[in-house]
Design a protein around this ligand. Structure first.
Ligand SMILES: Cc1cn([C@H]2C[C@H](O)[C@@H](COP(=O)(O)OP(=O)(O)O[C@H]3O[C@H](C)C(=O)[C@H](O)[C@H]3O)O2)c(=O)[nH]c1=O
Length: 183
C-alpha cells in the first residue's frame, strides 16, 4: 500500500495494492490495521455512494460542524474526479490553503480528508461513482458549504467552471470571506 502526504500533510493519498491476474484484480480497499499504520486511524461509521451523470458535476465544498465533524476516506468506483480539501482549521498555519488529487477507478487512489477541512470534487467523466467512508453520522442541521470556485480560495480545479452541474445548495453557497469556520 502506498501512502503519500500532500502539501497539507494531514491530507493523505493512499493507494492499496492491486493483485492482478488474467481475471482482473483484487484489492483490499480498506483494512483498519493497515490504514491505522498509514495514519488513517478512524472509527468509520457510515459509507456513502454518489453517482454523477455528467462530466463537470460539482459536489462541495462541504463540511459538518462539530460535534458532527467528519473525516472522510474517498475513492472512485467508476470514472474520475478532481478531489479538493481546504484547510478550515482556524489555528492552522495552512488555514485557507487547499490541496487536490485526481482519483479514478483506474488509479485506485484514495484521499483521506480529516475533520476540519472543507471537501468537494468535480467529475472528469460522465457516470462517475464515488464511494467514501465517514467517521461521524450525517447531521443535516450541521451541514454547511462554501462556494466551490470562490476567488479568495483560488482553487485550481483544472477544468473550466462553464458547463458545471451543481445542486441549488452549492450554486448558492456562501463565499469564503463570509465563512465562519466552526473548527
Ligand atoms: C451527505 C449526505 C446526504 N444525505 C441526503 C441529504 C440530501 O437530501 C441528499 C443529497 O445530499 P447532498 O446534496 O448534500 O449530497 P452531496 O452534494 O453529494 O454532498 C456530499 O458531497 C461532498 C463531496 C461531501 O464531502 C459530503 O459528504 C456531502 O456533503 O442526500 C444523507 O441522507 N446522508 C448524507 O450523509
Amino acid at each position: 500500500m502506498d501512502v503519500q502526504s500532500l502539501a497539507i500533510p494531514e491530507v493523505k493519498l493512499i493507494t492499496p495494492r492491486r493483485f492482478s491476474d488474467d481475471r482482473g484484480f483484487f484489492s483490499e480497499t480498506y483494512n483498519a490495521r493497515a490504514f491505522a499504520q498509514a495514519g488513517v486511524d478512524c472509527a468509520f461509521v457510515q459509507d456513502n455512494h454518489s453517482y454523477s451523470a455528467k462530466t463537470g458535476t460539482v459536489r462541495g465544498l462541504h463540511y459538518q460542524a462539530p460535534p458532527h465533524a467528519q473525516s472522510k476516506l474517498v475513492r472512485v468506483l467508476r470514472g474520475s474526479i478532481i478531489d479538493v480539501a481546504v484547510d478550515a482549521r482556524k489555528s492552522s498555519p495552512t488555514y485557507g490553503q487547499w490541496v487536490k488529487a485526481e482519483l479514478s477507478a483506474e488509479n485506485g487512489v484514495q484521499i483521506f480528508v480529516p475533520k476540519g477541512f472543507l471537501h468537494g470534487f468535480i467529475t472528469l467523466e460522465p457516470e462517475t461513482e464515488v464511494a467514501y467512508k465517514v467517521d461521524a453520522f450525517y447531521d443535516g442541521p450541521s451541514d454547511g458549504s462554501v462556494k466551490w470556485n470562490d476567488p479568495d480560495l483560488g482553487i485550481d480545479w483544472g477544468v473550466s467552471d462553464k458547463d458545471t452541474s451543481l445542486s441549488d445548495k452549492d450554486a448558492s453557497a456562501p463565499a469564503w470571506a463570509a465563512f465562519k469556520s466552526p473548527y
